[in-house]
Ligand binder design. Structure first.
Ligand code: DAH
Length: 343
């Protein structure tokens, strides 16, 4: 009986091997696994065998049944696949052609830079905020100590938006308006980073775009001093440009800070000897900053006798331009894959 079973097993498998279409497969199934198949009958007649034989023969027969069932499933899959391929071939599709490689996606160089900036400031406890691109005159200028008559308005070539009867609206010229919005909505301690697009009505050239990115920073708390500003921003510059990079820290003027400062790094292209990139000065300006003007704190109802703060703003495209020696800011937004694929 054991031998008979073994023969049945080998025979079934070798016939299965030869099956080449689904109709044949069905006949094979009925013959070897159907109700009237030898195997099924044998399993049914097990009860008539003496106990010992019943156990060993039963186990063997069940194993064979399982093997045949698995063989059936596998064969079915193979046949289905072959028939799919042959129907595709009939439609005229060459299934032997190699596939086209899918190119790995990557982030835009400006986005990559933004993420690096977030990392540095997140590690120092700053939180990321976003704000509206269409802004009120009030937030973009007035609340930042830049009233209608202020000459510094001229330096912001503003794109105005029609807003009949609602006060003047514009495309924000910098991310600084978010300083005000954040201070209106939260109380110190504040540690904020605000990335965003800014717009200026300017003729574009190698260093000017009408849309560009800035990152604003704001820290307001008790006992914040110029030393904190300097420490934070030096740490930032060293993280991005290497700890050996020389940094220049000097006075500047912005209406919304007092005192105002400007930070420049030693030119990456010439290491300070002077070249076209740094206009032969050896230094490249990276950001503007300062201690938040007390009038601004008062305007948002934060007592300048108790709290102080620092703020800064930096242009984002500048950073990859310096690092990778990119000589035209317009390349970032012209969607040329030959440029973008290099990052
Ligand atoms: N908003 C300024 C600009 O676009 C940059 C800036 C300077 C931001 C000084 C600041 C700051 O927060 O303190 O030119």
């Amino acid at each position: 009986m054991q031998k008979q079973l073994e023969e049945l097993h080998t025979q079934a498998l070798s016939e299965l091997e030869r099956v080449s279409e689904s109709r044949e497969l069905e006949l094979w199934r009925v013959h070897y696994l159907g109700k009237k198949s030898k195997l099924t009958q044998l399993l049914r007649s097990l009860a008539t065998l003496p106990l010992e034989e019943r156990q060993s023969i039963g186990a063997q027969a069940n194993e064979i049944k399982k093997a045949l069932e698995t063989g059936l499933i596998e064969k079915r899959e193979i046949l289905e696949e072959t028939s799919l391929i042959s129907s595709l071939e009939q439609e005229g599709l060459d299934t032997t052609l190699p596939g086209r490689p899918i190119s790995a996606e990557r982030l835009h160089p400006v986005t990559q830079t933004l993420e690096e900036i977030y990392d540095v400031f997140r590690n120092m406890g700053f939180q990321i905020f976003e704000g509206p691109d269409v802004e009120w005159d009030y937030y973009n200028f007035e609340a930042l100590n830049i009233p209608q008559w202020h000459p510094s308005r001229d330096t912001f070539a503003t794109l105005w938006v029609d807003s009949p009867g609602e006060g003047a609206r514009l495309l924000r010229t910098h991310t600084s308006p978010m300083q005000i919005r954040i201070m209106e909505n939260s109380r110190p301690p504040i540690r904020a980073i605000i990335p965003g697009r800014c717009y200026r009505y300017e003729a574009t050239d190698a260093t000017h775009e009408s849309m560009f990115y800035q990152v604003e920073g704001l820290a307001v708390d008790k006992n914040i001093t110029l030393t904190d500003l300097k420490g934070t921003l030096f740490e930032f510059c060293h993280s991005l440009f290497g700890s050996e990079r020389k940094i220049r820290f000097r006075c500047d003027y912005f209406p919304f800070v007092e005192p105002g400062v400007e930070i420049a790094i030693q030119c990456l292209a010439c290491n300070g000897t002077g070249c076209r990139v740094c206009s032969y000065s050896g230094w490249v300006e990276i950001l503007g900053a300062g201690m938040v003007h007390p009038d601004i704190l008062k305007r948002v109802d934060i007592d300048p006798e108790v709290y102080t703060g620092f703020a800064f703003g930096l242009g984002v495209e500048r950073i990859p331009m310096l690092r990778y020696d990119i000589d035209d800011i317009r390349l970032f937004y012209s969607n040329d894959l030959r440029f973008l694929k290099q990052f």
